[in-house]
Design a protein around this ligand. Sequence first.
Ligand code: FE
Ligand code: FE
Ligand code: FE
Length: 181
Amino acid sequence: MRVKNQPKSTSQNIPMKQFHSMKDAFIHELRDIYDAEKQLLKALPEMEKKAASPDLKAAFREHCEQTEEQVRRLEQCFEKLGEKASATSCKAMKGIIAEGEDLLKQKDSGDILDAALIGAAQKAEHYEIATYGTLAEWAKGLGETAVKDLLGKTLSEEEETDELLTKLARGGINRMAKSAA
Ligand code: FE
Ligand code: FE
Ligand code: FE
């Protein structure tokens, strides 16, 4: 079935080309996460707006600022590799964000929605952690030390964000959500 009025993606949905080297696979994955970060850059302010807990709002705001820097870091990676910084549609992040957007349709903000927003955000972070973990290892294998350092820095930020979200959930949001029911 064809879906009408589909929003136009800013990224290129080009068919995947054949890999001839590990570097080809690396660049493909780099373009995927470049798109994923850009998608998150748009989604995080919406999540911040909808969150009720001031701590959760702050976490989303801070991570949005980090994400801007992460986009720049990826551009530095492309530059160091002598490749054009272009994005390939990340279908996985599109799906994760679409699920998050469903949550944003909830009328009432509060502890229950906060708990759900944390869950949605952690799905995005885990996708990023998996991707950056892979990319950092590949960069190391390819002898691209400067690129590996940049990717490793972002990986740490994603892990820290994930831990912070867990802390916020365990620190009360989940419990309050339960008693609000
Ligand atoms: Fe990120
Ligand atoms: Fe992807
Ligand atoms: Fe992130």
